[in-house]
Design a protein around this ligand. Structure first.
Ligand code: NAI
Ligand code: MG
Length: 482
């Protein structure tokens, strides 16, 4: 892979090395403990900002504020007004999009071409949720009881929501949690990842500017084991919406047991990407490569297990390796960069560690160790989520056996199929145990189309009408009329 020159960092107002407070009840506050932590640019190691280090005490304050807002003024705000607030926020995000893209790039390293490229989806999400705010409704349901008794349902906001997000796409992840909360009339405490908290803080500032009332959107910055764990176990939180690793997801479920709060989980994956010999290989080569190399592999639904039909295996993996070698690696702020750094030293060590494990288990690295071939289904590199630019290439002959092998993972988030045969595409799409199947494309996402996991990739759906349901309770009302 060619390496571009690092370019000088523009001093962003949120990344000029200064101290950033967190947002509780519409006010910018220090952590109760007075503690702070650093966030750095992974491309250069440069200090971007120090941030308030919230913990259990700050979560208590934020939950109290969110509860007051939920039961007080926010409960009187009509759907039409919630819609207007979301549309206003969307306009502000649009106006400041370049700044928000740069902030994501600075804080977690993704290429600027990628963070800018999120514009359509981020704005689309805010405006989609705005639309849904006035489209929520229960049903009148005819019952079979004797006499005259009328029944209907109400959809009510679930209440105070704790939202915990990872670092791999801070702006998109923040909007994905805050948007449905505002649309449904919930209040939210957002806990960004400690590796990349800055965009969430700036977004919260825009939410205040849009006129979203105090306590409706709170952001508590801090570490997972302290602030995150306190939010997940808090008896005053009605629901946790979590995105991150399955190990943390499991601890969130355990922590939720105290008050049996609702939980939705968008966890990791080890998604199969299947290339049949009859596929348009010119499209499948970049498609399969970018299914993993995009965001340096730090995408939950990355197509990291590449199954290639044996007749074209050698040609195909060779071409993917060539494609990988040509990608421009560099500082995310350089518009030519296609692959940015991994988010942290720790993540770099994790990914390199997996490459060593792969070699020890007998896989062979092509293209600078960035891609492994001769991978067997049961190797750890073919089973565990690596979250780096690592593809495991696996050859297959028998199509029936292929399905079984593709599904032989504890995860079930994304999956890809490349073929020109329409019936084969339908058959395989039906057989794959995953929340999304992409045929002749990879990673397509839209605010109106549900996204989520099977098996250990989690439960609940984000985007689409199902997403709003995650933030709503259903109440049945019976009225005896005669
Ligand atoms: P993580 O799941 O630990 O972190 C995600 C979020 O959860 C962060 O905000 C973190 O502060 C919070 N958190 C951590 N421990 C917590 C706890 N006990 N209670 C409540 N919240 C907690 O993921 P991490 O450590 O950043 O990355 C490790 C691996 O996880 C990655 O290499 C990747 O394989 C996977 N991952 C998957 C993601 C996805 O989108 N599905 C996103 C991030 C990581
Ligand atoms: Mg950072």
């Amino acid at each position: 892979m060619a390496v571009t020159q690092a370019i000088p960092i523009t001093r962003h107002p949120y990344a000029d090395g200064s101290y950033k407070k967190m947002l509780i009840d519409g006010k910018w506050v220090d952590a109760a403990s007075g503690k702070k932590f650093e966030t750095r640019n992974p491309a250069t190691g440069e200090l971007l900002a120090t941030v308030a280090e919230g913990d259990a005490e700050d979560i208590n304050r934020a939950v109290a504020a969110a509860r007051r807002a939920f039961e007080g003024p926010w409960s009187k705000v009509k759907p039409f007004e919630r819609q207007a607030l979301l549309l206003k926020l969307a306009d502000l995000v649009e106006k400041n999009f370049e700044e928000l893209s740069q902030l994501d790039t600075l804080d977690m390293g993704a290429p600027i071409s990628r963070t800018r490229g999120n514009k359509l989806r981020v704005l689309g999400m805010l405006r989609y949720y705005a639309g849904q705010a006035t489209a929520l409704h229960g049903e009148t349901i005819e019952n079979s009881l004797p006499g005259d008794i009328f029944s209907y349902t109400l959809k009510e906001p679930v209440g105070v929501v704790g939202a915990i997000i990872p670092w791999n796409g801070p702006l998109g992840a923040s909007v994905w949690k805050i948007g449905p909360a505002i649309a449904t009339g919930c209040t939210v405490i957002l806990k960004p990842a400690e590796e990349a908290p800055l965009t969430s803080l700036r977004l919260a500032e825009l939410a205040m500017e849009a006129g979203i009332p105090p306590g409706v959107v709170n952001v508590v910055t801090g570490y997972g084991e302290t602030a995150g764990a306190a939010l997940a176990s808090h008896p005053g939180v009605d629901k946790v919406a979590f995105t991150g690793s399955h190990v943390t997801g499991q601890s969130i479920v355990r922590a939720s047991a105290g008050n049996l709060k609702r939980v939705s989980l968008e966890l990791g994956g080890k998604s199969p990407d299947i290339v049949f010999a009859d596929a348009d290989l010119d499209a499948a080569v970049p498609g399969a490569a970018m299914a993993v190399f995009a965001n340096s592999g730090q995408i939950c639904s990355a197509g990291t297990r590449l199954f290639v039909e044996h007749q074209v295996y050698d040609e195909f993996v060779g071409r993917v390796a060539e494609f990988g070698k040509k990608l421009q690696v560099g500082n995310g702020l350089d518009p030519n960069t296609q692959i940015g750094p991994l988010v942290s030293e720790q993540q770099m060590e994790r990914v390199s560690g997996y490459l060593d494990i792969g070699r020890k288990e007998g896989a062979k690295a092509l293209a600078g160790g960035a891609r492994l071939t001769n991978v067997q289904d049961n190797m750890r590199i073919a089973q565990e989520e690596i979250f780096g630019p690592v593809i495991s290439a696996i050859s297959f002959k028998d199509s029936d056996e292929l399905i079984q092998r593709a599904n032989a993972t504890t995860f079930g988030l994304g999956s890809g199929v490349w073929t020109r045969d329409v019936s084969k595409a339908h058959r395989v799409a039906k057989a794959l145990r995953a929340g999304s199947v992409w045929v002749n494309c990879y990673q397509a996402m839209d605010p109106a189309v549900p996204f989520g996991g099977y098996k250990m990739s989690g439960y609940g759906r984000e985007s689409g009408k199902q997403h709003l349901e995650e933030y709503l309770n259903v109440k049945a009302v019976w009225i005896k009329t005669g």
